[in-house]
Design a protein around this ligand. Structure first.
Ligand code: GDP
Ligand code: MG
Length: 437
């Protein structure tokens, strides 16, 4: 942050720090919310301790009561704990990539297998569904129906083979048939038991599964911990499918399962139909687990107020022609942090909420840009137009980048500045615009 922006930020957030009492008070509420959401009490305990450590002494955001500030920290931590960002399922060659669904009976394995096949087919993959639940004849038929509905191929054996052999035969069939993805459905039991675990792990070995997906019923709440623990103790679990989130499950199972397995939650099951499978969004789940609708809305509003204030300050600086490279970097960071700067821009009267292309960078590019800007003198950052050829060479050397990288950054900055000014003025760029290079 530049000094000036730093002051703005301090003014906005400098309404004091959280005391131990604030934190205790808020955490009492949070603990209740978590337990109500069916988070396992052991997970609640470790989690609230972690939050206490982070929250005590933290700054209070303007517009928020201290207790709400704690909830904000809780929500952020919860989102992190749930995986931070939505994680996609990796479906790569070599083909066939074999996915095995494991879990208790009734957790939704067969349904999830069908949904996954449906999803992958819609992504253009050639999918084969393999039925390895041989405990009930109806299970094979159920998968066959799902395969037909999803428009994918099906492999099943009428009888006389063990589940691992069926799985192996299924994969061989996929090789011959040119299938890219094989989804193997397995049997479950009412409760975790040795025979179930042995069978599932034999299947996983027999087909050398690319990924083992543990299917967990969100409605089972605290029980999910025990189920997940039993499975990770016996086999490799690569990802979680959390089903029946369309019901009134509060989502505590998500936290428990994630905490116990460390595996990413890839999908949420949101209905009995084939299209009821969605990428899992940790932030939404955090909100659902906390179930503090009003408080969360309040927090979002306060955050928006702060962001809007910062954006307004940025616009003022643009008008004053004082938008330097530090501001540019701050903008990039802001965009990374909240995603849509468009929304912030939209909150400012007179601005169309458009985002200049130069402000969309990925994490790696951002750290390169940071390195380059940090290698500049304060004057260079304020007034990039003085950065000539020899300064560029020095900056490149100092930041471990190339002169081309520096050039690209300066061009990006110039574009962003022009676009932002354009937006800030609500009119075309001024004639005779001074180039920064
Ligand atoms: P399996 O024994 O693990 O194979 O479980 P099934 O796939 O047969 O599912 C058990 C029951 O749960 C069936 O009635 C499914 O329709 C239902 N089910 C599965 N996933 C979902 C879901 O995401 N939402 C809802 N509401 N029901 C689901
Ligand atoms: Mg089944």
């Amino acid at each position: 942050l530049t000094e000036r922006l730093g002051q703005v930020f301090r003014r906005l957030s400098g309404r004091g720090r959280l005391s131990e009492r604030d934190v205790d008070e808020a955490l009492r509420e949070v603990r209740l919310a978590l337990l109500e959401a069916d988070v396992h009490y052991r997970v609640v305990k470790t989690f609230t301790e972690r939050v206490r450590a982070r929250a005590t002494g933290a700054e209070v955001l303007e517009g928020l009561a201290p207790a709400h500030q704690v909830v904000r920290i809780v929500r952020d931590e919860l989102t992190q704990l749930l995986g931070g960002r939505a994680e996609p399922l990796r479906v790569d060659p070599p083909w066939p990539a074999v996915f095995v669904m494991v879990g208790l009976q009734g957790s939704g394995k067969t349904t999830a297998a069908g949904k996954l096949a449906h999803l992958l087919r819609r992504q253009g993959r050639r999918v084969l569904l393999v039925a390895c639940d041989l405990q009930r004849p109806a299970a094979v038929a159920q998968l066959e129906v799902l395969a037909r509905q999803a428009g994918v191929d099906f492999f099943g054996v009428p009888g006389g083979m063990t589940p691992p052999d069926v799985a192996k035969a299924g994969v061989a069939h996929a090789r011959r048939g040119g299938h890219e993805v094989v989804v193997v459905d397995t049997a479950g039991r009412q409760h975790v038991d040795e025979a179930l675990m042995a069978e599932a792990s034999h299947i996983v070995e027999a087909v050398q599964a690319r990924q083992v997906l543990l299917v967990v019923d969100a409605m089972t709440g605290q029980d999910a911990v025990n189920v997940a623990q039993a499975f990770v103790a016996r086999m490799r679990i690569d990802g979680i499918v959390l089903t029946k989130l369309d019901g009134d499950a509060r989502g505590g199972a998500a936290l428990s399962v994630r905490e116990v397995t460390g595996a990413p939650i890839l999908f949420a099951g949101t209905g009995e139909r084939l299209d009821g499978l969605e990428p899992f969004h940790p932030d939404r789940m955090a909100g659902r687990i906390l179930g503090m609708g009003d408080v969360l809305t309040l927090i979002e509003r306060a955050e928006q107020a702060v962001e809007a204030e910062r954006a307004r300050e940025m616009v003022k600086r643009l008008r004053e022609d004082a938008f330097g490279l530090d501001d540019f970097l701050e903008q990039l960071r802001q965009v990374r942090r909240m995603g849509p700067l468009d929304q912030v821009l939209a909150m400012i009267p007179g601005l169309g909420g458009r985002l200049p292309a130069g402000l969309k960078v990925d994490e790696r590019e951002l750290s390169r840009i940071e390195a380059i800007i940090q290698s500049m003198t304060p004057q260079e950052r304020r007034q990039p137009s003085i950065i000539d050829g020899s300064r560029r060479r020095r900056i490149a050397a100092g930041s471990g980048t190339t002169v081309q990288d520096v050039n690209r950054l300066l061009k990006q900055y110039e574009e962003a500045r022009r676009m932002l000014r354009h937006l800030a003025r609500g009119q075309g760029p001024r004639a005779g615009w001074r180039r920064g290079s």
